[in-house]
Design a protein around this ligand. Structure first.
Ligand code: JFZ
Length: 456
């Protein structure tokens, strides 16, 4: 049915094109089905989250105090008053920021899209906002539009540009600003802690800011909202915002946190139409099994989103590569975070991990990009991903006896190590099991991919 739908859209689009030419382009775009609109994102599998703002100067430290958890929460966790905190945007001058270099690092890692925090909870906008003076042009000495530079670098290098925007705003007096400095997360869902002016912030500040981002920086792949949990934010606002975005850029994808109470795994099993938003956002976790909806797991390489030099609990490159495979085997996307410092540099530990992931994805990308969830039970040695007529076995733990036990349903036409297509692997199928005769030593110690073409 889906294929028939897609085909008919294609034919329709072609007819419109022939009849009326380029003038039809915009309305054609309007007519994209949800599947068409989501296609690039579903195929991409791997993206870069960038948490960057005035908090990147602070690094989670104030005097002898170190903030627990994410350092992008420095304003709240290190008890700044609004006035105290304003000195950081005023000194935000990341002279080493190089949009092209950032995008190149993402691309070389095998990432297909970038999500930048255009404004985090601190309220400071990284673009030239006319709605606010608390932005990179009016408050910071840097006076370069970071969103613009990254948007252009992404366009030039052929990678999708996406934006995070925080609903929570600790600086704006009509949002959470009036609660400072005595604000803390436990008040987030306390219905008695609301700002009666929040609807004004929503209408006159937040929505116009989102509008700027969608109107002035070309195609925005995804708008990634965050902070829906505050009691001030309502389902009506979420639905209104979703519609507003689709009206400006009909093909932009929006995460589930645009709606109320959809943060994390919540709403993951809802069907389209039941809530606003196009995909689920499990955070720092990977669901146990595949889920029949679009989802993206976001994760940090250490334990913080914003730059925090005191956090050296880095996940290994091997772990990160296996997490990518695990996520793809369950039908999701992997949004992996970088927290650049206040000068505009990626931490060296992050760069090394990006490079290792790039080495692996360069060789094994075929088994990841455009692949779908495994139709089989999770094997003890690793994961499966799938494409039309092909199954990829991703081996995390190489069998010591040189025999790989495959799922019984697999009927092999031809099997090879993905990076060594000329050596066909022998298979032994009995009624009880399917075994593959593989090399005694793992060709790739991290994850070796075996490509299995299926017999009809
Ligand atoms: C939010 C932010 O507060 C955080 O700073 C970071 O930007 C992250 C990506 O998103 O934090 C959350 C959001 C959701 C959950 C936990 C923290 N959750 O669903 O449990």
């Amino acid at each position: 049915m889906k294929i028939v739908q897609r085909l008919s859209i294609l034919i329709l689009v072609t007819i419109l094109n022939v009849n009326t030419g380029i003038a039809q382009n915009k309305s054609q775009k309007d007519k994209l089905s949800d599947d068409e609109r989501m296609a690039w994102w579903r195929d991409s599998k791997f993206g870069m989250f960038i948490h960057w703002g005035a908090y990147s100067i602070i690094g989670g430290e104030r005097g002898t105090k170190i903030a627990g958890g994410g350092a992008e929460w420095a304003m709240d966790k290190l008890d700044y008053t609004i006035e105290d905190y304003e000195k950081f945007p005023k000194m935000f001058n990341p002279q080493l920021f190089d949009a092209d270099a950032w995008v190149t690092m993402a691309k070389n890692a095998g990432m297909k899209y970038i999500v930048l925090t255009s404004k985090h909870h601190e309220g400071f906008a990284l673009w030239d906002s006319k709605v606010s003076k608390y932005d990179i042009m009016d408050t910071a000495p840097f006076k370069r539009d970071i969103v613009k530079e990254l948007a252009e670098a992404c366009k030039k290098q052929g990678i999708k540009f996406c934006l995070y925007y925080s609903i929570v705003d600790w600086h704006h007096p009509q949002a959470q600003g009036n609660l400072y400095p005595n604000y803390n997360i436990s008040q987030h869902d306390d219905p008695s802690v609301v700002n009666p002016d929040f609807p004004k912030y929503y209408q006159n500040y937040m929505k116009p800011q989102v509008g700027e981002l969608l109107k002035n920086y070309g195609d925005i792949g995804v708008v990634w909202f965050d902070g829906d949990w505050i009691s001030d934010y309502t389902t009506e606002m979420g639905k209104d915002l979703y519609k507003y975005i689709r009206d400006i850029q009909p093909n932009t994808i929006v995460n589930n946190r645009v709606d109320k109470g959809r943060t994390g795994m919540d709403g993951m099993n809802n069907k389209p139409g039941q809530f606003a938003g196009d995909f689920g956002t499990p955070e720092q976790e990977i669901p146990d099994t595949g889920i029949d909806t679009d989802w993206e797991a976001c994760m940090t390489m250490n334990g913080t989103w914003g730059y925090k030099p005191s956090d050296n609990k880095w996940k290994s490159s091997e772990d990160l590569i296996q997490k990518l495979v695990d996520i793809v085997s369950k039908g999701g996307n992997f949004l992996l975070n970088i927290g650049p410092d206040g000068f505009g540099r990626f931490p060296a530990e992050s760069i090394r991990r990006l490079e290792a992931m790039g080495e692996w994805t360069k060789k094994n990308g075929e088994a990841v990009y455009g692949a779908s969830a495994s139709p089989y039970e999770k094997p003890s040695w690793g994961r499966y991903t799938k494409k039309d007529g092909v199954v990829y076995a991703h081996v995390f733990e190489w069998p010591k006896d040189g025999l790989l036990k495959l799922n019984k349903e697999i009927k092999i036409k031809k099997a090879t190590v993905l990076t060594n297509p000329n050596t066909v692997l022998k298979s032994i199928a009995t009624s009880a099991e399917v075994l593959l005769d593989i090399p005694m030593l793992a060709p790739d110690a991290t994850v070796t991919v075996i490509k299995i073409e299926l017999a009809k």
